[in-house]
Design a binder for this molecule. Structure first.
Ligand SMILES: NC(=O)c1ccc[n+]([C@@H]2O[C@H](COP(=O)([O-])OP(=O)(O)OC[C@H]3O[C@@H](n4cnc5c(N)ncnc54)[C@H](OP(=O)(O)O)[C@@H]3O)[C@@H](O)[C@H]2O)c1
Length: 312
């Protein structure tokens, strides 16, 4: 048995609770892990709210929060190649299996070895934010010197996108609220504070000819305000708002396989990508960690670290 944090019905934070659950056993395509760190992401509270029924609407309760984790392999399904019990790994959990827990199961094809020199906390941020940033930039395929707007630069995906873009030689401008000024500057991006109003005018003043590409992490009204600044509508990639297609843009095309996880880990080892973990909480404080992310104004990444790691 191990501690897990989840919910027995869809709803707000009031449905969340800790409970003991039997250690999940891996199906043939899964690996069981003792979790050492788990990333906290907006999709966690969206799933808890029942806002994405296509992902977890039909799954049994209780469901456990969390999509990504680092940990130590404790058992391996028969169809999973390339990993052995005792490996340090990171990857995607099955929806509902969760990662805010002492133990869980990860998808074997979406789990990679954690390289020596990379902390479990950093590795735990790769599956969701890290690979999404990489996917968005690969999709745009902009050449060195191109101008990129990151709409919403201060969150987990935004700060990763800006760093990876700078490493590709792009000129980056980012929008965020005032508290994100320093983190935006640390990536080498120019900064526009959307709380000062006139975002479109401020961006046009900075880049009068428009942007070669836009990576949007905000969606909605904010996306529609900045989208006209792209030289071509098709160069607008939104990671959170699929209605971007209505204005000629595209939703991010996701890759969650092991080679993509390994690419992002390598970029961390090379010093290209720092996930900017600004909040680390013990599992017992998972409600506070998720509330911070749910406020939509957390900076960089929030991570749960498990102080007591169960032996395999
Ligand atoms: N498709 C996928 O696979 C995928 C993967 C990862 C994430 N996502 C989605 O992408 C979105 C962002 O994810 P995340 O992990 O980066 O979230 P996050 O860490 O919570 O960051 C969101 C950021 O948006 C900023 N923001 C809110 N309103 C804004 C506005 N009007 N203009 C500029 N910035 C604004 C917030 O900062 P301020 O304080 O500056 O407002 C916050 O830093 C979420 O909807 C998430 O579900 C999708």
């Amino acid at each position: 048995m191990g501690l897990a944090f989840g919910y027995r019905a869809f709803g707000g934070p009031e449905v969340q609770e800790f409970f003991d659950r039997p250690d999940p056993r891996p199906a043939p395509h899964e690996v069981a892990v003792a979790v050492t760190a788990a990333g906290v992401n907006p999709i966690d509270y969206m799933l808890r709210a029942g806002a994405i029924p296509g992902l977890n609407g039909g799954l049994p309760f209780p469901q456990v929060l969390g999509m990504e984790a680092a940990g130590i392999v404790t058992a391996i399904g028969a169809d999973v190649a390339g990993l052995v019990v005792g490996d340090r790994v990171f990857g995607f959990a099955l929806t509902g299996a969760g990662t805010y827990a002492h133990r869980t199961v990860l998808l074997g094809s979406a789990t990679a070895r954690t390289p020596a020199g990379l902390s479990d906390a950093w590795a735990a941020t790769i599956p969701v934010a890290g690979t999404t940033a990489l996917d968005a930039l690969d999709q745009l395929g902009l050449p060195s010197g191109a101008r990129l707007l990151v709409n919403g630069i201060g969150g987990g995906v935004g700060v990763a996108t800006a760093q990876l873009a700078r490493a590709r030689g792009l000129d980056v401008v980012g929008t965020a609220s005032t508290s994100k000024r320093d983190i935006a500057a640390s990536t080498g991006a120019a900064f526009v504070d959307y709380t000062e109003g006139q975002v479109e005018g401020s961006l046009r003043a900075l880049v009068p000819d428009g942007f070669d590409g836009i990576v949007d992490t905000v969606g909605g009204v904010s996306l529609r305000a900045v989208a006209p600044l792209a030289l071509e509508p098709s160069r607008v990639i939104s990671i959170g708002d699929v209605s971007v297609t209505e204005i000629g843009g595209a939703a991010v095309d996701r890759h969650t396989d092991r080679p993509t996880l390994e690419r992002v880990a390598e970029l961390m080892l090379q010093g290209v990508l720092d996930p900017h973990i600004t909040a680390v909480h013990p599992l017992e404080h998972a409600a506070k960690a998720l509330a911070d992310v749910e406020s939509a104004h957390s900076i960089g990444k929030t991570v749960l670290e498990l102080s007591e790691i169960p032996s395999p």
